[in-house]
Design a protein around this ligand. Sequence first.
Ligand code: ARG
Ligand code: MN
Ligand code: MN
Ligand code: MN
Length: 315
Amino acid sequence: REIKLVEVRSELAAGTRGASMGIDALKVASLDKKSSFFTQFEPINVPDANNYLWRDNEFPNAKHIDGVYQVLNNVFNTVELLRLDGKFPIVLAGDHSTAAGTIMGIKAAHPEKRLGVIWIDAHADLHTPYTTPSGNMHGMPLAMVSRIDNLDSKLNEPSEKTIDYWNRIKSIGGDFPKISPKDIVFISVRDTEEPENYLIEKYGIKNFETKEVREKGVSKIAEEALQHLKSCDQIYISFDVDSIDSNISKGTGTPVENGLTVDEAISLNAELIKDKRVCCWEIVEVNPTLDSENAMAEIAFDVLETTTNSLVENF
Ligand code: ARG
Ligand code: MN
Ligand code: MN
Ligand code: MN
């Protein structure tokens, strides 16, 4: 297997500006740590559509959805080609909406393979324009790929144009669900809203809470998470840096308390990626404009480097 670095300077879908600089912050962190990590890879740059940020936003329930659609379509195309070529994409992205494009690309390359998702995050990211409290689309990627609108929990009346774009996004890579909600495993999800709780309960989505990670230890949690996805043929891991506790993770748009320690995040990802079914890993939501001394990116870089090394050692 060969690793390909995919860089997506996305931030349209975040509520706070600056996440598109997260990738460059990771590069600065690698220099500070005198690591040769970024010299090893020829990166693929995915166009970001961030020019949409400076236009009037006409979509309060799905902010900048026209631009987000373009970014996801770009990520989808890139990841599909890499997977068709047998490459292992490591995706460095800004906001977490891009994970939907990644999943769509993985699925399009191998539609016959059942795809499981390990989602390490403070958030469930299961909202839709109908249920979102914020209109920020980084809270929606898992609904995009499982194609669940959750009208049972409807709170908003999105405009026709919003719904039109929403349907187009859900159809990137084909008019069918890319994953089943049952094939999602959450780790450290702890800040959800009622419409998301409804779905978690309805589909019995597994969540390993921070407390359980600490009590059982990382290797046991990794083992159980992978066991939960035993019927899946391939696995995608999404690492949102806000899974790490807010005392440590200041440089991210939506920090939440009671999160993972840095050591837990590092060993968890290094452990999970050893499973041969894992075919793609993504890291998101570093926002250096909210930080001092580039602290979040330094931590995120350690996770990135350790995870990649673990992958290479277990190829
Ligand atoms: N659930 C909240 C919302 O929809 C927060 C989502 C945060 N998502 C993220 N990828 N950081 O606004
Ligand atoms: Mn997230
Ligand atoms: Mn999050
Ligand atoms: Mn909340």
